[in-house]
Design a protein around this ligand. Structure first.
Ligand code: KIV
Length: 268
């Protein structure tokens, strides 16, 4: 099984002569079990701070810390042989350069993550450049920034006005210029995300940003139909996982009540 590297991801956008470009497929994972199921199929696995919601049941991503992100990244890496693993820098872990460096290096020193991701555009460029200088592969994240949800007052699609679209392009170019290897475009109007993807040399990975991005990512619990409280417009559910689990659990409980589980073959 050939390990996916930054070079192989870049080559999907810029193939060698004669080959056609192909899209990057990405998904989140928070543990070794799911990561090992996803690993043979996707190019990139993100240990997203969305785990604070999907895994820990919190209302947003803000309260997850470095200890939890390191724990989940280690678990995911144990389940991965092939995919490129990206770990999210949690909110508050990269507010100062020194602190950001210390925390980013922890992902390299304590886990087998291939890159870290941090939110923010132009304003984060100097920090990205510093991390890259230190040998850290950085994935940018611009557009709708979940770590800014309280400041902004909700999850809002961006790029709807010419000013916002221009700022997004500036953000994307700054992040690329600073040395980021990939950039996530979240909640960006599709036409703007397409233009950014065409203007950037580095691959873009979209979530809720239309088909013009160089790759796509979804949170695994949305994709597998495990999270059913609400469904954003951009999510496509590929499995009714929640319903299948409910049905399985009903049968399990029924079998216990009726004495059909365990059977003789399932007993010692
Ligand atoms: O935390 C996360 O899962 C993310 C994706 C939404 C890109 O950042």
């Amino acid at each position: 099984m050939k390990k996916i590297t930054l070079d192989s991801l870049y080559r999907k956008k810029h193939p060698k002569e004669g080959a056609s470009p192909s899209k990057i497929s990405a998904i989140t994972a928070y543990d070794a079990l799911f990561a090992s199921l996803f690993d043979p199929h996707v190019d990139l696995i993100l240990v997203g701070d969305s785990l604070n919601m999907s895994f820990a049941g919190k209302p947003d991503t803000l309260s997850v810390g470095m200890a939890e992100m390191l724990y989940h990244t280690k678990a995911v890496c144990r389940g991965v042989q092939r995919a490129f693993v990206v770990a999210d820098m949690p909110y508050g872990s990269y507010t100062h350069e020194k602190q950001a460096l210390k925390n980013a290096l922890k992902f390299y020193q304590q886990t087998r993550a291939d890159a870290i991701k941090l939110e923010g555009g132009q304003a984060r460029a100097p920090l990205i450049a510093r991390l890259v200088q230190e040998g850290v592969a950085v994935v940018g994240h611009i557009g709708l920034l979940p770590q800014s949800v309280r400041a902004v007052g909700g999850y809002k699609i961006v790029g709807k006005t010419p000013t916002s679209a221009r700022q997004l392009l500036e953000d994307a170019l700054s992040v690329q210029e600073a040395g980021a290897s990939l950039v996530v475009l979240e909640g960006v109007v599709a036409s703007v995300a397409t233009e950014i993807s065409q203007r950037l040399k580095i691959p873009t990975i979209g979530i809720g940003s239309g088909a013009g991005c160089d790759g796509q990512i979804l949170v695994f619990s949305d994709l597998l139909g495990l999270f059913k409280a609400f469904k954003p417009k951009f999510v496509r559910t590929y499995l009714e996982g929640g319903t299948l689990i409910e049905e399985a659990l009903q049968r399990y409980v029924q079998d216990i009540q009726t004495g059909h589980f365990p059977s003789e073959q399932e007993s010692y």
